[in-house]
Write a protein that binds this ligand. Structure first.
Ligand SMILES: Cc1cc2nc3c(=O)[nH]c(=O)nc-3n(C[C@H](O)[C@H](O)[C@H](O)COP(=O)(O)O)c2cc1C
Length: 359
């Protein structure tokens, strides 16, 4: 029987085990949105993961949605990430960068230091309900500026350039963030995509942006180095997808010929397992599963590998708090408890100071 501790070949990249670190924003980038030496230490501590997926990284300045998130669009950022990938590789790990364009989930205040300032963009001028954290406290979301057709194409090119930068920085690949209500998801969902051009108007139109980003990135760095994260039906960030099965089945059917390395499914609820299994059937690459469970993903979820539901299981909060998570899963614990107060921003506390098990 296959277990979580068995290696796996991910389209030519050998992973030491089937335990993935889920992408987690930590809002600790330095000046110029550059990852720091502390970032390198944080990821190196977690290099025993079969696959590390980094925090969301903006492919372009306007793609930033939260304070202190790092980018992959400047030379300084590439140099900063190179230290991270070297530190992880020195410890035998594998690391993909998550490319996250936040789209309408952002605020001009976060982008004010760019020349002329910037305003969040989206498929359509639909404002997200709710507020977000800015340097001056919580503020309402703003109405995004609708991307023109030419700008949609330019945004795809931004993903391509960032993917190339990721490989130049030593990453083993990239994960495209199509989940949780950010730009790619905003194109997929009918309440955020009201377009009537080729990028909307029907299921075929709404999936087009995700497919074209994946196609263009795969053409640039290779399909074996490209993954996609989705969260069908997840209402996070004011997304409303009444019929996720139709959209995501069409999406995965269109992606299948590209030969991507993996599909990463973040399940919105236990009810979405049927759709997960349907997508797995249609997708030729590996399935990374971040399952819907009460509380964080835990040791019990490793059974999903043993029973063939998934190829890898992704752990978020538990990996944040346990740098040596695979060893702890193997030993059946104990586990450090995640400290939510230090999830976003701050210093080494709650970042690099979670202890490993004594050996
Ligand atoms: C602090 C924190 C930051 C997160 N940031 C991201 C992110 O940047 N990109 C993303 O796709 N998901 C993000 N997530 C979601 C996680 O990847 C994961 O889906 C979620 O935590 C559920 O998994 P878990 O139960 O194992 O924690 C974040 C979660 C946490 C706790």
């Amino acid at each position: 029987m296959t277990t979580a501790f068995d290696p796996i070949d991910l389209s030519g990249t050998r992973l030491a085990n089937r335990i993935a670190m889920a992408p987690m924003t930590r809002s600790r980038a330095g000046a110029g949105r550059v990852p720091t030496d502390l970032t390198a230490e944080y990821y190196a501590q977690r290099a025993s993961a079969g696959l590390i997926i980094t925090e969301g990284v903006q492919p372009s300045p306007v793609g930033q949605g939260y304070p202190g998130t790092p980018g992959l669009h400047s030379e300084e950022q590439v140099a900063g990430w190179r230290k991270v990938t070297e530190a992880v590789h020195d410890r035998g790990g594998t690391i993909f960068a998550q490319l996250m364009h936040a789209g309408r989930i952002g605020h001009p205040d976060l982008l004010a230091d760019h020349p002329g300032g910037l305003r969040p963009v989206g498929p359509s001028p639909v404002t997200a309900a709710g507020q977000l954290y800015t340097p001056d406290g919580m503020k309402d979301f703003v109405t995004p500026r609708e991307l023109t057709g030419a700008e949609v194409r330019a945004t795809i090119e931004d993903f391509v350039t960032a993917a190339r930068n990721a490989v130049d920085a030593g990453f083993d690949g990239v994960e495209l963030h199509g989940a949780n209500g950010y730009l790619i998801h905003q194109f997929l969902a009918p309440n955020t995509n009201l377009r009537t051009d080729e990028w909307g108007g029907s299921v075929e139109g709404r999936i087009r942006f995700a497919v074209e980003v994946a196609r263009a990135v795969a053409a640039e760095i290779g399909p074996g180095r490209t993954g996609l994260r989705i969260s069908p039906g997840n209402p996070f960030n004011d997304i409303d997808e009444p019929e996720p099965d139709e959209t995501y089945t069409a999406l995965v059917t269109a992606l299948e010929p590209l030969g991507l390395a993996y599909l990463h499914v973040l399940e919105g609820s236990p009810a979405s397992r049927g759709l997960t299994l349907e997508l797995r059937k249609r997708f030729g690459g590996a399935l990374v599963l971040n399952p819907a469970t009460e509380g964080p993903t835990s040791a019990e979820d490793l059974a999903l590998i043993e029973d063939g539901t998934a190829d890898l299981v992704a752990f978020g909060a538990l990996f944040l708090a346990n740098p040596d998570l695979p060893a702890r899963l193997r030993a059946n614990g104990p586990y450090n408890t995640p400290d939510t107060a230090t999830f976003y921003g701050g210093d080494h506390r709650g970042y690099t100071d979670y202890p490993a098990l004594a050996v």
